[in-house]
Design a protein around this ligand. Structure first.
Ligand code: RFL
Length: 391
């Protein structure tokens, strides 16, 4: 097998990259280790920046998003048992949109399959060869056979646990990690999200987060200790704890419904600053992880892929290496900005183990600053809405 760009991973990064390259007339093959069903059922992100919405529209993947996406113009923050709200729209009317990652992935897969372009599921990549030559190769398994894909360039879009990052020799040396001493216990629920109870809550019992995936499906999180026995929580325990943490002195309560899925995510921030080596570039979660509080992971993946697609277009059609040489540098400006914001927000809303009353008061001050000062509001809104793209 041979192609121009071998793409590892059919998450948002790999699939969107394949789509943009297709629009530019560049061939690619997408290799995905898991099954189609598994990829489509994965519940993750749900909040899209305006830039992500615009990019999906620009490349012809925005039709369902325009019908089913829920734009929102306000962020609620709760602390000390009171609700505070701040507008989340800028002067050019940019805002956030709720639209599940699973839908973004399905839209991209549907389009690629309709166009009969190569996308192989159950095709785990085992190794890469000659990455630093002009004929890099991908070794993968498919249909019980070992196979090789020869490419002009490899895009490692295989997430945090993927194989591609390790092929950059200085990846480890150029990586930075922060692990938080807590995680998010997430539930996907069949219950209409109550617009009066949304956003983040800081409480001395730990944080809670209420968001929506659609008009009928809610996505709710509780901060928990990483060693918490989550099997011991009944559905009622989860709802009761959410009610306790989201209470704001009003009679508003979450609408309850069937819990469709439970999961746990350890919070961490990670950046690998070496995103390119020879004919390999890594993008999305393969290169960076942000704590989910800032809703930045998928949005950052889109930012990387925009730069990578344009850099590959210039390189493969004109032999111009300028942009590909600056790929890491350009992406990292946006990445560190989002990581910094996501960590600030994470620090402000979670209770760290053994946290003092002093620390809690400092968090109230940070929250107060974002909601009740002009400069704080500007910082909050521009950070949530995301930096403009350089490419
Ligand atoms: P993905 O989605 O992990 O996809 C990588 C793909 O690569 C495949 N793969 C391989 N394929 C072949 N061979 C191998 N050897 C392979 N190894 C791996 C995997 O099976 C997979 O299909 O990475 P990608 O494309 O970079 O996309 C990143 C996003 O998925 C991620 O950043 C977001 O989900 C993060 N995130 C959020 N981001 C937002 O922008 N807004 C949000 O509201 C938001 N909420 C969240 C989130 C992440 C969360 N978790 C999982 C911690 C909420 C949570 C709880």
């Amino acid at each position: 097998m041979r192609t121009q760009v071998g793409i590892i991973g059919a998450g948002p990064a790999g699939l969107l990259l394949a789509r943009i390259l297709q629009v530019h007339g560049i061939e690619s093959v997408v290799l995905e280790g898991r099954s189609r069903d598994h990829v489509l059922a994965r519940i993750r992100a749900g909040v899209l920046e305006q830039g992500t919405v615009d990019t999906l529209n620009e490349y012809g993947v925005g039709e369902r998003l325009m019908h089913e996406g829920i734009p929102h113009a306000e962020m609620q923050l709760r602390w000390a048992g009171r609700r505070h709200a701040l507008p989340l729209v800028d002067e050019t009317n940019r805002r956030m949109t709720t639209y599940g990652q699973a839908k973004v992935v399905r839209d991209l897969i549907d389009l690629r399959e309709t166009d009969h372009l190569p996308l192989l599921f159950d095709a785990p990549v085992e190794s890469l060869e000659d990455v630093n030559s002009d004929r890099p190769r991908i070794r993968f398994a498919h249909d019980g056979q070992q196979r090789t894909l020869e490419c002009d360039f490899i895009a490692g879009c295989d997430g945090f646990h993927g194989v591609s990052r390790q092929y950059s020799p200085d990846a480890e040396e150029k990586s930075a990690l922060r692990e938080y001493p807590y995680g998010w216990f997430g539930v996907l629920v069949e219950a209409a999200p109550n617009p009066e109870i949304r956003g983040f809550a800081h409480t001395t019992r730990g944080a809670a987060v209420c968001s929506a995936r659609s008009k009928t499906i809610g996505r709710l999180y509780l901060q928990v200790d990483p060693n918490e026995n989550l099997d011991a929580w009944s559905d009622d325990d989860i709802w009761n704890e959410l009610d306790l943490r989201m209470q704001d002195g009003s009679n508003n309560r979450l609408n309850r419904g069937r819990i469709l899925q439970r999961d746990f995510a350890r919070l961490r921030a990670f950046v690998c600053e070496s995103m390119r080596y020879g004919r390999l570039c890594i993008a999305g979660d393969a290169a960076h992880i942000v704590p989910p509080s800032g809703a930045k992971g998928l949005n950052l993946a889109v930012g990387d892929v925009r730069v990578l697609a344009e850099a590959l277009r210039r390189f493969l059609t004109k032999g111009d290496t300028d942009l590909i040489d600056r790929y890491s540098e350009i992406c990292l400006r946006r990445i560190w900005h989002s990581v910094h914001w996501s960590c600030l927000l994470t620090d402000a809303i979670h209770m760290a183990p053994g946290q003092s009353r002093f620390d809690t008061q400092m968090q109230y001050e940070a929250l107060q600053h974002w909601v009740y000062t002009e400069i704080g509001r500007k910082h909050f809104v521009s950070s949530m809405l995301g930096l403009p793209y350089e490419v």
